[in-house]
Design a protein around this ligand. Structure first.
Ligand code: DQQ
Length: 476
């Protein structure tokens, strides 16, 4: 048994985002509420800071903001998950917590693309110790018209049945989502594909991590397609995460979607989302705060990857809106600033910012062509991350010092204000704009002292609050 890798340098360790205690993290898995705790699992490799045979790391929280790391929940190596316990989800039944996950298997010819996948079950009565089901797999094979890409089950209960969606690729090389039904979580019936890519260029060759849920009487399919071709300002990451909105007809079965694929977050670091329904009925999403094939300088320090803040999802027309869950207010430890001022030129907010929330409103009623930029500055007064807003067009452009490629979004131009809610952590920033209608998620790697700077090209009234946030929210 190799030894677990340890963190050797804390320079980029995050203060209130969930990370591994050491080692690699990717997708959130099994996000659920069980016996008074939220649980989140994640794709985990404890023996190095790079991706390896996937385990399920585990943490729980009473309040969605302070997480306690628990023992590894799933370890690969059994006959049905020989080469990895890939992504999956959780469901509570008869006061037991069930995990449904993908078993990954290589054919052993040293070709990483030569693999097969099946679906497995594990359960727990205490939410800490998990037993793999003795009769795994619960879904042994992909349908005949599928390729080997057959993974990431997301389970839910509806009426008297359990359903799950699976990410898949059909024989034509198009991404799609498959629907299954069960009465007991063990025997599953294949119902058919419910949605799929019309072509690779626009909708991808494989849909990873699907999630299907109700919101305001409609169904939202969240998924992470691979292979969508970048346009000037959209689909600029290696892979995307986004959604379709429609109605699921369980009989057909088919998701009649009214909207085309829309990206959920415009930043460089957002992928492989998963949602939970909270006991009080909110739909909350977590994403992996990273992207495949990006530089991750924290790997040199013995760890990699983190999860985003939990974000509440709501619908505004045909748009999914993301806002940090209200529980994040509990992270505030101090009010560093609470002021209203006229900014005409440059204004600085705060210094030595490590974990902080900046909440600001720029009054746009007296301006028409305002251009403003909010920047996270380093100790040499260089912008590490900056967001520029053009009032005339509604254009939002995000620049990051360590990446040549900007990111783009557009916000409504008929607004009376620009609302910013920025969450800064040691090496991440999440920018929620205009009530979460536009969100950018970014990592950055600069361990000098940070401050915020606002630049405007005309006089504008700014109401701003700056809070210090808890830098030790989690226990590892
Ligand atoms: N990551 C998992 C897969 C999933 C992919 C493997 C998405 O189950 O499709 O670590 O990032």
């Amino acid at each position: 048994m190799p030894t677990k890798i340890e963190v050797t340098n804390n320079r980029y360790r995050l203060g209130y985002h969930l990370m591994t205690p050491g080692g690699w993290m990717n997708d959130p898995n099994g996000f659920c509420y069980f016996q008074g705790y939220y649980h989140v699992f994640y794709q985990y490799y404890p023996y190095s800071a790079a991706w390896g045979p996937m385990h399920w790391g585990h943490a729980r929280s009473k309040d969605l903001v302070s997480w306690e790391t628990l023992p590894t929940a799933l370890t690969p190596g059994d006959s049905e998950d020989e080469d990895g316990c890939f992504s999956g989800s959780a469901v509570v039944k008869d006061d037991k917590l069930f995990l449904i996950y993908t078993g990954h298997h290589y054919y052993g010819d040293n070709d990483p693309d030569h693999f097969w996948q099946n679906q497995n079950l594990a359960y727990s009565t205490d939410g800490i110790h998990f037993t793999k089901y003795a009769h795994n797999p619960i879904i042994a094979k992909a349908p005949v018209d599928n390729t080997q890409h057959f993974r990431d089950p997301k389970v839910w209960q509806a009426d008297d049945h359990y359903y799950l969606v699976l990410g898949s690729q059909d024989q034509q090389g198009l991404g799609r989502v498959l629907l299954y039904r069960s009465d007991d979580l063990m025997d599953w019936t294949y119902l058919g594909p419910i949605a799929g890519a019309k072509d690779v260029q626009h909708e991808g060759f494989m849909w990873e991590c699907p999630d299907l849920f109700n919101l305001n009487g409609q169904q939202v399919l969240l998924t992470s397609p691979q292979g969508i071709k970048a346009t000037d300002k959209q689909y600029l990451n290696l892979f995307q995460t986004g959604y379709f909105i429609g109605q699921l007809d369980y009989q057909q079965p088919q998701l009649q979607h009214r909207t085309d694929f829309q990206e959920l977050d415009h930043g460089h670091d957002f992928y492989a989302t998963q949602t939970v329904l909270t006991p009080d009925g909110r739909r909350v999403v977590l994403g992996w705060m990273a992207m495949w094939e990006s530089q991750m300088p924290e790997q040199a320090d013995g760890w990699a990857g983190a999860l985003t803040l939990p974000r509440e999802l709501t619908l505004k027309g045909h748009q999914l809106v993301m806002q940090p869950v209200r529980e994040v207010a509990a992270l505030r430890t101090q009010t560093l600033l609470n002021q209203q001022a006229t900014v005409n030129g440059t204004a600085d907010f705060g210094n030595n910012l490590e974990q902080a929330e900046f909440k600001a409103s720029l009054d746009l009623t007296a301006t028409q062509q305002l251009k403003s930029t909010i920047s996270l500055m380093n100790a040499s007064q260089q912008a590490v991350v900056s967001l520029t807003f053009d009032q005339a067009t509604g254009d939002l452009v995000l620049h990051r010092a360590d990446r040549p490629d900007a990111r783009y979004a557009v916000t409504a131009t008929d607004r009376d204000s620009l609302e910013l809610d920025l969450f800064i952590d040691t090496s991440s920033i999440e920018l929620f704009i205009n009530g979460g209608t536009v969100v950018f998620t970014e990592r950055f790697y600069d361990d000098t002292a940070k401050s915020l700077q606002l630049q405007t090209d005309q006089a504008v009234t700014v109401t701003a609050k700056l809070f210090a946030l808890n830098g030790q929210a989690n226990q590892y």
